[in-house]
Write a protein that binds this ligand. Sequence first.
Ligand SMILES: [Zn+2]
Length: 479
Amino acid sequence: MAKEKKLVESITSMSEDFAQWYTDVVKKAELVEYSNVKGCMIIRPNGYAIWENIQKELDRRFKETGVENVYMPMFIPESLLQKEKDHVEGFAPEVAWVTQGGLETLQERLCVRPTSETLFCDFYSRIIQSHRDLPKLYNQWCSVVRWEKTTRPFLRSAEFLWQEGHTAHATEEEAEARTIQMLNIYADFCEEVLAIPVVKGKKTDKEKFAGAQSTYTIEALMHDGKALQSGTSHNFGDGFAKAFGIQYSDNQNQLQYVHQTSWGMSTRIIGALIMVHGDDSGLKLPPRIAPVQAMVIPISQRKEGVMEKAAELRDVLGAAGIRAKLDGSDKSPGWKFSEQEMRGIPIRVEIGPKDMEQNQAVIVRRDNREKIVVSLDELGEKANEILESIQQDMLARAKAHLESHTYEAHTYEEFKDIVANKPGFVKMMWCGDEACEMKIKEDTTATSRCMPFEQEQLGDVCPVCGRPAKKLVYWGKAY
Ligand SMILES: [Zn+2]
């Protein structure tokens, strides 16, 4: 028992210190290890397997819409980065530079990609000539580098993994439709697979991507009431096309600029998974993303036939399409339970001599700890039903949390009071002036998260300045 207590005791409770709880879970669930380079992380098998499932699921959804994968170089010549003014200004402060190759000083510095718009634009300027070459729907899975000063595993690191989609279209309408289509893919993926409900909307000009005409975002609410921008989709209009000379001849043989989009989701989303669903026993993974969905744990495993039966159950679960493993190590069952809970494995299946006598097993749900006795004759079927029910319940719980932590403010005093005392999203009207956005940030540290697609009319004026209101905005403190 002493050992078993240790594993759980070593995580700080969420209510005591949420930031420390997060760090503890990331370490104890063996998702990440710190590396020799400050701000870079080693993603361990438990963490990487989650990323692989995210990749698989997103990649399939992208390809269903005609997207193809490519790979671009990781270096960007300085002259190329300089071509779009807003873009370079946005990224310059956090770019890492290569100045030497082997023993020689480079004639032109190369930056390690912080994002690859400039590379794709350069590429598109060479391969797009005619309207027949459009659209181009490319995506790449890669890592990018942003020299961040303060870093946290998954949430902010100097190097992180992501996908970046870059498309080129003949018309503005097509580019806008693609921008929204990809945002919807992210939102659906979050809800259906990660059980994370999101708010979809448009970023204000202040918060939009460097060089974009408009940026759309999905915003999720973490357990502590802070927001996490979880995926973004940008419409570039023809700004990049003009800077890079990406033109095509239309069917009248007239030269036109293309309209472009880009969209990305990163390993940051694993941070969201941890902070939306986790509890004081560790990680809680929704079944659809969990690398291991069921852990079979034998009780009194030295007794005759127990290990064999446990292995048989693992195979039965596998045959039913469930990602199942058997913990046949010599650790005590209690220790194994704690490990399974810490890693967020959605169900464990306990089997011991008494269960065998009665042709049954005990399934324990990670999300609510409910114990369900199941006949071995219908183990696969029941386990699948339970996993599906966990998936739905986790989404419902996250939705209830989002709803109960979304507030409305009608006056600026009310707004400040909510931000100070009730962590969550605050809905408030806004005049559209950046000055009010800046004032809110200075006064409260809350930022505009998005102007939601589902607009409401909470009043006629901007509570900050009293001028006519133009948009409803979701505000909140954010990661
Ligand atoms: Zn205002």
